[in-house]
Design a protein around this ligand. Sequence first.
Ligand code: GTP
Ligand code: MG
Length: 333
Amino acid sequence: MKNEKIINEMVQKLLSGDRRMAARLITLVEDEAEENHEAMKQIYPHTGKAAIVGITGSAGSGKSCLIDHLIRKFRQQGKTIGVVAVDPSSPFSGGAFLGDRIRLQSHSSDDGVYIRSMASRGYLGGLTRSTHDVIRIIEAMGRDIVIVETLGAGQDEIDVIHIAQTCVVVTTPGMGDEIQALKAGLMEIADIIVLNKADLDGANTCIKNLQASLSITSFEEGEWVPQVIPTVAVASKPEDIRGIDELVSGILEHQKYLHISNALERVKFERVEQELGLIFKDELQKIIFKGLKGTGKKKKYIKSILEGKNDPYSVVEEILGSYLITDGERRNG
Ligand SMILES: Nc1nc2c(ncn2[C@@H]2O[C@H](COP(=O)(O)OP(=O)(O)OP(=O)(O)O)[C@@H](O)[C@H]2O)c(=O)[nH]1
Ligand SMILES: [Mg+2]
């Protein structure tokens, strides 16, 4: 294990905005390296200041193309940007137009932009814990805004979006996408609803449907009412691009709202609560499995489940029972 001093040198480089060091530290947390805890302990105090914007929506809805525009606008305002794309089904800016590739290259030479794609799946229990860590690492680089792109499909993605202070849900016209988003519970978490691909047929009906579903929702006084913004993120002629300035203003307005109401405190509380839960889950599992290692018990338990003599719930209760004393037992004992 690397010692504290070496980790400290790495973290100092990260704090100065060193992109290569960010990549190294991200690999560390993604690989669940032992040094991960020490690194995150040192990084944590330098986080919590960035505006975190979540962009979620179904595959191919245009999230990456929109983010591409946002990056450019925010850079024009002098803001530094970090982007985390969780589980992208297509590469970042992998649009059909040649322009996408050129745009991405222009970002990669800009020190004020740091883009990272990551797989959230593939290792034990770490679905969103590493996402949390990666966002903290990028925050520690001193970014003003961190944009998190996630596929709005399942519960895990909705969990990820809880990290975000401002949540943008992207839908598209046709195929009842906005209805799907409503069903998936995405609308409840949306601060801004973007109807991208507003150049396609059915866009107006979609906007009306979205506004109708908003109008039957009741909001408390002073509560943020989600904005509906139609956009065109990709067009053959640049003058046909639409809604980007409105989206930028919407995000900034929502950030302002968070600061003047006490909503920001709540979002921050929920973020730490989720982090704590995820770390507990991972660490407890590690402790338990470590304890079983070499005893042959794990194999015996699994076999008994396979043979129908036991079930996973009873096994977990039995194992936990031998490790933990419940509150009730402590009081009685
Ligand atoms: N017609 C039209 N096409 C668009 C628009 N915005 C994006 N597209 C196209 O939609 C496709 C998907 O765009 P992406 O930005 O990669 O979508 P995404 O939501 O990031 O996709 P995943 O990351 O794979 O979930 C690309 O081929 C874009 O060119 C738009 O406003 N109008
Ligand atoms: Mg994408």
